[in-house]
Design a protein around this ligand. Structure first.
Ligand code: PLP
Length: 401
């Protein structure tokens, strides 16, 4: 006789800065006292950990297999397109090319809408819908907008998206196809956010901006849980993560903490490595100068659009994870990541987003400078597909006339 599957764990909401508590059964944004993210805290014990682990085999594939540590209360509230459960691809040729013996790519391009933004949006929109929200808005470089618009299409909700006018045309057509109200804004995602706040009454339009609500992070943290499963109940030695707002990195770091409380892992952690483009590297600057928070990066410029985030509300959480894990932050030039994009495609058969190319180029730099051990077990995140970016993004792949 098998016991019936249990429901999700109770949670509380707390400011990540001042620990102020917020009601868990109401829509939450960010802490009005500190302007800092609100995070979800579950009551986790080793007993609960044993119970969850012993029933994982009965859960479905994809990120909802970790539903017991996700905020959605009712199974019927889940709005899913099959997100998560992405492959961990052994990258033997790329590893040889870079002088690394144990390299894998966690290929997030296989998510619905072609990027890991689907993880966060599936969970955030499911929980918001469960709490009665039907209208959403989001500023985005492209991938977050596409994912949010897709899940709103499934849920039958309205959404307004604000994207930089120089984002690829594919991002715009995709969002329009899902029925979103689409605005093009001159400037970066920061300008998009400002325009959104001008045009949308945030009491009527729920703001899905990065870390301005607590649940996208919960979706993204499942990458950490999946790595634990991918590595047979252990974690890799090094994680290379292209960092914009940093949700994925903060999320995985949170997942590792949760898994330790659940008794699944010990206190040992992978080295967390943030990679950015030289034209927009606020985290790298702050890391190198020993700051706890990151100053806004002036005049941000890079074609790796997901990394063109001049200031991140979760900066202190990113920097803390890098330091606590003996990790670091590193940036690469546009020319360097163009090469990284060529290598990943040519060596692995994955047509990665530019941010994936940035990660490859950064890994090469780390290896050249002997900042990673050649035998370390390294996971590099390809955060999305290259298919949505305009041809000008790939100068190395343009036909020579
Ligand atoms: C949004 C995005 C990123 C940055 O993700 P964060 O977790 O917010 O740092 C990286 N790559 C791609 C393709 C993205 O869309």
């Amino acid at each position: 006789m098998t016991a019936p599957l249990k429901g999700p764990l109770a949670y509380e909401l707390r400011c990540s800065w001042c620990s102020r508590a917020f009601p868990s059964d109401e829509p939450a944004h960010f802490c009005p006292d500190c302007n800092r993210p609100i995070l979800v805290r579950y009551r986790l014990t080793v007993e609960v950990g044993d119970e969850i682990r012993s029933q994982l085999h009965a859960e479905r594939a994809g990120l909802w297999r970790f539903r017991r540590v996700l905020p959605v209360r009712n199974r019927d509230s889940v709005i899913s397109l099959g997100e998560g459960g992405t492959p961990l691809v052994p990258a033997k040729h790329l590893g040889t090319h870079l002088g690394l013996a144990n390299l894998w790519i966690k290929d997030e391009s296989l998510n619905p809408t072609g990027s890991f933004k689907a993880r966060g949006m599936s969970v955030a929109i499911s929980r918001a819908y469960e709490l009665g929200i039907r209208r959403f808005c989001v500023p985005s470089a492209g991938n977050a907008a596409g994912a949010a618009a897709a899940y709103c299409a499934v849920a039958g909700c309205e959404i307004r998206v604000y994207m930089p006018s120089d984002s690829g045309e594919a991002f715009f057509s995709e969002c329009r196809a899902y029925g979103a109200e689409v605005s093009a804004v001159d400037g970066t995602i920061a300008h998009c956010g400002a325009r959104m706040r001008q045009e949308c009454d945030l009491n009527e339009w729920f703001d899905l901006s990065t870390l301005k609500e607590p649940f996208r992070l919960e979706g993204k943290k499942t990458m950490g849980y999946e790595l634990w499963e991918d590595f047979g109940g252990t974690l890799p030695d090094v994680i290379i993560y292209p960092t914009g707002g940093g949700t994925g990195l903060i999320g995985m770091w949170k997942a590792f903490d949760e898994m330790e409380q659940l008794g699944w892992i010990d206190s040992h952690r992978p080295r967390m490595i943030s990679v950015q483009a030289e034209g927009c590297a606020p985290i790298v600057r702050a890391f190198e100068s020993g700051e706890k928070v990151a100053a806004s990066f002036p005049n941000p410029q890079t074609d790796a659009l997901g990394l063109r985030v001049p200031s991140a509300i979760g900066d202190f959480l990113i920097l803390r994870a890098l330091r606590d894990s003996s990790g670091l932050a590193i940036s690469v030039s546009e020319e360097e990541w163009h090469n990284g994009s060529s290598w990943i495609a040519d060596d692995t058969g994955i047509f990665a987003c530019p941010e994936g190319g940035v990660a490859v180029a950064a890994l090469k730099k780390l290896q050249d400078r002997e900042l990673v051990a050649p035998t370390a077990r390294i996971v590099l995140f390809n955060t999305g597909t290259g298919f949505k970016y305009p041809p000008s993004t790939w100068p190395n792949a343009t036909a020579q006339l």
